[in-house]
Design a binder for this molecule. Structure first.
Ligand code: CXF
Ligand code: ZN
Length: 378
């Protein structure tokens, strides 16, 4: 009978920025009201974990438990939780879907205003921690998920219940990266059949955008990357053309794409996290109707520069999205079904699978650019 009591389990604790995670025993408190304690089955490493692991000052809270792309089983629920019960399979998401604020009720937004997205060290609703180490010291949360622990506590607004028949090492990809990319093409851009798409950066997010664009029926999918080897893997996800960035040649990437497409791509996606690339994407987006979508995360404070005159007579749209603009509770089950129906590819994203004990290896693999998704089994 674990319900109602603290659980002692293993977690990979990030004690100092940029230093290897420390596998240690911790205590996980029972869930408070509107919260759920889950046993993580598997988790995978997303670039945002690495970004925040390395950041020295903002928001410098240590020790903390990173990880936000995962799948788990409900161990126990707090008061006022009736959406899930013990034994249910759930996916945690860093974005909330409360279901009753103005944003959640609108079809047009996935930016919940009841528990708005922030990089907080606490549980989202009660602003306290559920983790302590064996010396009684508080361990902080990350993105409302903290999945690098055998048990974690997640607010019900950040959980989506799923059909347990999907293999966990595939379902966990829908928790962040793949959903973000596919969602950006599907929900945010609303790519139509026959469109031309340009994707800046062919990491997991860019490839997931390609996958989403392919499912939407895009006929031309142009991948842009500094690494020419990315074209091969890109083809698996529907990339039809490749432009190498950073070539010392005379033309900029946007010039090349403008020429290739006779005036720009219908949809451009920035998936690297460089403000300068957003400008590049915007300038090879078709005048009159082109849409540029920002997915990449640049350094806090990074600014965009665009000519006001160019924007004035462009007729283009520039926007960004979190989690691809998806509403977690209603859209994840749709993606999951498309995987089960063999339409959406997930297997191809999983390049590595490792044991929890080896979690630091996942950081090395991602840094070396050798992996798309590394699934970590708890
Ligand atoms: C990101 C989205 C942008 C801010 C940091 C977290 N989400 C998931 O990887
Ligand atoms: Zn992520």
């Amino acid at each position: 009978p674990t319900a109602g009591n603290p659980i002692r389990c293993k977690a990979a604790v990030s004690r100092k920025p940029g230093e290897p995670l420390v596998l240690e025993e911790i205590l996980v408190a029972p869930p408070c009201c509107h919260e759920v304690r889950i046993r993580i089955i598997c988790t995978s490493l997303c670039q945002s974990d690495v970004t925040f692991w390395k950041l020295k000052d903002f928001p410098g809270v240590f020790p903390r438990i990173l990880g936000h792309e995962a799948i788990g089983v409900v161990e126990s629920v707090g008061e006022d939780v009736d959406e899930v019960k013990e034994g249910d399979m759930v996916i945690p998401i860093f974005m909330s879907d409360c279901g009753d604020c103005a944003d959640c009720r609108s079809k047009k937004s996935n930016l919940c205003s009841k528990l708005p997205f922030k990089v907080s060290p606490w549980m989202p609703r009660h602003e306290t921690s559920r983790f302590t180490d064996l010396n009684g010291e508080v361990i902080y949360h990350f993105l409302s998920v903290s999945s690098f622990s055998q048990y974690t506590v997640v607010d019900i607004a950040h959980l989506t219940k799923i059909d347990p028949s999907i293999p966990p090492n595939r379902a966990c990809l829908l928790s962040c990266g793949v959903s973000t990319g596919v969602g950006a093409a599907w929900r945010t851009a609303n790519v139509e059949a026959g469109s031309t798409v340009a994707i800046f950066g062919l990491g997991s997010i860019g490839l997931a955008v390609a996958e989403g664009a392919r499912l939407c029926g895009a006929t031309r999918i142009i991948g842009v990357d500094m690494n020419p080897n990315k074209f091969e893997i890109g083809k698996t996800f529907g990339v039809t053309d490749f432009v190498r960035a950073g070539d010392p040649g005379s033309k900029s990437v946007s010039q090349v794409i403008n020429e290739m497409t006779g005036g720009g791509a219908d949809y451009c996606f920035e998936c690297v996290g460089l403000a300068s690339l957003v400008r590049e994407a915007y300038s090879c987006c078709r005048k009159g109707w082109g849409k540029t979508i920002v997915l990449g995360v640049d350094k806090p404070g990074a600014e965009l520069s665009l000519s006001s005159f160019d924007v004035l007579h462009s007729g283009k749209i520039l926007t960004g999205c979190l989690f691809g603009g998806l509403k977690a509770k209603s859209d994840i089950p749709v993606l999951l079904k498309r995987y089960m129906d063999k339409e959406l590819q997930l297997d191809e994203f999983v390049t590595h699978e490792i044991k929890f004990e080896d979690i630091n290896k996942a950081f090395d693999l991602l840094a070396e650019g050798k992996c798309l998704r590394c699934v970590i089994w708890m």
